[in-house]
Design a protein around this ligand. Structure first.
Ligand SMILES: *C/C=C(C)/C=C/C=C(C)/C=C/C1=C(C)CCCC1(C)C
Length: 245
């Protein structure tokens, strides 16, 4: 009881990292309620996309609930829960890319390329953080992980996803452009957290160590998970008005 009270007081007064876990949890939950309710307002062919936006934020909300507790109790990064969350939610973001380009001919093979690249990126990142986090060679795993990341960037900016979205034109092309920026700039927030939170950081350099890895990841998640869902939501609204006009 007393422990809980102290923990809550510390969130409110001084522990800004814990605060971002708390706010992150609420924001993900609110976004999920919004997306879930919007499913029934959505044209049939876009329902799955909106539902997946809600699943992404809902899975994150549940993980944030546990991560916040873990962080308060131990004052350590909830690395395991963080990566379980990502390994579920990032492939779902890949499904979003597949769904918006499916109408202009995306094949299931494209979905596999995106999913495999993202799992590769996350598993190697997890090894770097959980096993080699306190050692100089953690940069090697960050580097290997980045190969998966840049392959995804390539597919979305120049590769199959870009071409299919361009062929679809209209609201889909526009949405893909915005999502591509999320992946290039929004997802680049994560390596910053990795550099801040591991010993090897960037090519073995000791950089950004005053910065909290969790703070960076929490900001990245809010921007990317909620923002990504809102881009899909906007796409559906634009399609609706294009049909009405
Ligand atoms: C909702 C969660 C998302 C969108 C998570 C994305 C995570 C990344 C793009 C992580 C990337 C990493 C690198 C590119 C190198 C260092 C290790 C990682 C895993 C932090």
């Amino acid at each position: 009881m007393l422990h809980q009270l102290l923990a809550i007081t510390s969130i409110a007064k001084t522990n800004y990292v814990a605060f971002t876990f708390f706010v992150g949890c609420m924001a993900m939950l609110a976004a999920s309620v919004f997306f879930f309710f919007e499913v029934s307002n959505t044209d049939k062919k876009w329902r799955t996309s909106i539902l997946i936006s809600g699943l992404i934020t809902f899975i994150a909300a549940v993980h944030y609930y546990y991560m916040r507790d873990y962080f308060l109790a131990t004052n350590e990064s909830p690395t395991f829960f963080r990566y379980v969350d990502w390994i579920l939610t990032v492939p779902l973001m890949c499904v979003e890319f597949y769904l918006i380009t499916k109408k202009s001919g995306a094949q299931i093979g494209l979905l596999w390329k995106l999913v495999i690249a993202s799992v590769f990126m996350l598993v190697t990142g997890y090894i770097g953080e959980a096993i080699y986090g306190q050692e100089t060679q953690s940069w090697v795993w960050g580097f290997i992980s980045s190969i998966g990341y840049f392959y995804i960037v390539y597919l979305i900016w120049f590769g199959e996803v870009a071409q299919l979205a361009k062929a679809a034109g209209g609201a889909v092309a526009k949405a893909n452009k915005t999502l591509a920026w999320f992946v290039l700039v929004g997802w680049a927030i994560y390596p910053i957290g990795y550099i801040a939170g591991t010993q090897g950081g960037l090519f073995g350099a000791n950089l950004l160590h005053g910065l909290s890895l969790d703070l960076v990841y929490n900001i990245g998640d809010a921007v990317n998970k909620i923002g990504f869902g809102l881009v899909i939501y906007t796409l559906v609204q634009n399609e609706k008005s294009a049909v009405a006009a």
